[in-house]
Design a protein around this ligand. Structure first.
Ligand code: SAM
Length: 283
């Protein structure tokens, strides 16, 4: 068993380092010993593979990743955790911890510098206050990674893994599906963390596509159509794109007709191809 998921061990380490949890940094550490080995295994961490971890905390998942992968680079914002990680992961020489904000660091450069010639995957128990921005940054930066395995709040996981065109879908569903094929792996109860968050979590894997599934002329336009369509999801599409993209109603009708989309459809009923057609017909 990974001793780092033993609650007594964690409390002892943290108290020796005078560490207190920061709610604003989304610090809920895993204490369920079955979760990290499973997550690390399913992430694709393996011989010949490099792993980027975001937010190692005290290193419970990092420990499993270091056992499986050739190299792990863990990005942790809270510098109070650096001496803790020095202690908990001292046995590994295939680990590098970087003190940085994942939203600010140049991940393409990091991959070039640290993982040249290797297959790379991302694996992380994400701080929930930045779930969507982190996932979108990982995808929009077009990193040369094959998969992104992340633990997120269960509701966020369900939204991301919903079918595009279903009632559960949202802007994040469409955006993620442009870059990847999302997959729900398993759920994790709130009692698996210390301190326990109010909601359950789930582990998902985004299998990165070689090419987007639809042809888009201008990606910026595509994402602004998606954003506009879902910003008022109860409105019909002609209203939401006309107000969200500041175009007049007549123009919105024209674009929808050209795209073969009913003006009375709602964002959640549209396919990826519909969004692409609308964006490609905007000029
Ligand atoms: N991986 C550990 C585990 O599973 O027990 C900790 C996960 S905890 C949910 C999230 C971690 O992300 C914390 O260690 C927190 O300090 C770190 N973190 C928060 N914001 C961050 C950011 N912007 N960049 C990098 N790390 C961040």
């Amino acid at each position: 068993m990974n001793r780092l998921s033993d609650i007594g061990t964690i409390k002892n380490i943290l108290s020796r380092h005078g560490f207190t949890f920061s709610k604003s940094l989304g610090q809920n550490f895993l204490i369920n010993p079955t979760v990290c080995p499973r997550m690390a295994e399913l992430s694709g961490a393996d011989e010949g593979v490099g792993v980027i971890e975001i937010g190692p905390g005290i290193g419970v998942l990092t420990n499993e990743l270091c056992k499986l992968a050739d190299k792990v680079v863990a990005i942790e914002l809270d510098k109070r955790l650096l001496p803790v990680l020095d202690e908990t992961l001292s046995e590994y020489d295939n680990l590098k911890v970087i003190n940085a904000d994942v939203l600010k660091i140049d991940l393409n450069k990091l991959i070039e510098d640290e993982f040249s010639g290797m297959e790379v995957v991302v694996c992380a128990n994400l701080p929930y206050y930045i779930t969507s921005p982190v996932i979108m940054k990982l995808l929009e930066d077009k990193l040369p990674v094959s998969a992104i395995t992340v633990m997120v709040q269960k509701e966020a996981a369900q939204r991301i893994c919903a079918e595009v065109g279903s009632r559960q879908s949202g802007a994040v569903t469409v955006s993620v599906n442009y870059y990847a094929k999302p997959e729900m792996l398993f759920t994790v109860s709130s009692g698996s963390f210390m301190p326990a968050p109010k909601v359950d979590s789930a582990v998902i894997r985004l299998n990165i596509l070689d090419e987007p599934p639809v042809k888009v002329i201008d990606e910026k336009k595509f994402f602004s159509v998606v954003k506009a369509a879902f910003s008022q999801r109860r409105k019909v599409i002609s209203n939401s794109i006309s107000s969200g993209l500041s175009i007049n109603k007549a123009k919105a009708f024209e674009i929808l007709e050209k795209s073969g989309v009913s003006q009375n459809a709602r964002a959640e009923q549209l396919s990826l191809q519909n969004f692409a057609d609308i964006a490609n017909n905007l000029n």
